[in-house]
Write a protein that binds this ligand. Sequence first.
Ligand code: G3P
Length: 219
Amino acid sequence: MRIFLDTANIDQIKKAVKMGVISGVTTNPSLVAKENTADYETVVKTICGIVNGPDSSVSAEVLSEDAESMIEEGRIKASWAPNVAVKIPSTAAGLEAISTLSKEKIKINMTLCFSVNQAILGARAGTTFVSPFVGRLDDIGHDGMQLIGDIVTVFDHYKLPTQVIAASIRNPLHCVTAAKVGAHIATVPYSVLMQMINHPLTDIGISRFLDDWKKVSQK
Ligand code: G3P
């Protein structure tokens, strides 16, 4: 399972890239607004300069609501950098935009996906990625990870090339389950990435090794 960072925070992205563990970034209007800027283009271009490996992907969301405007906006956002994936919502207008843009070889991340049916239609329209929102389904008492598993099973069954991004990840257990059910990618907030790394027994082990070493080295 590949790991993307779900943030528009440049410092966090730089830190995660240094660790060599992320191959992509997903943004959305809320995440960009959180960084206190309305300049989506500069943010995305900066991120694309930092996350630029051969397999990298940086998602930038359209803000238009009708198909024609989404298509126009998608073309512009895709031109910002070669590794941009245009994020388009799972709506009828979104499917129309995905269908047109995918034929132009523009990479697409179909977002705000909450059902297997939406995912199937997105794949048929040619989306590169589909992003089911796990945490938001859990929030309303549904099983978000069950949806990830179901979509992976259907895509595998029909050998559909669309990749599943487990999104709206809220905790490290979400990452483990996403990997177990076969999500291609998990996009995680920086705080969850750190929770994936940290373990109290690792910290205790390091300090015990250093204490023991001090005892002999001071003899
Ligand atoms: O990747 C989608 C994500 O940004 C939404 O997360 O926590 O707002 O549901 P959340």
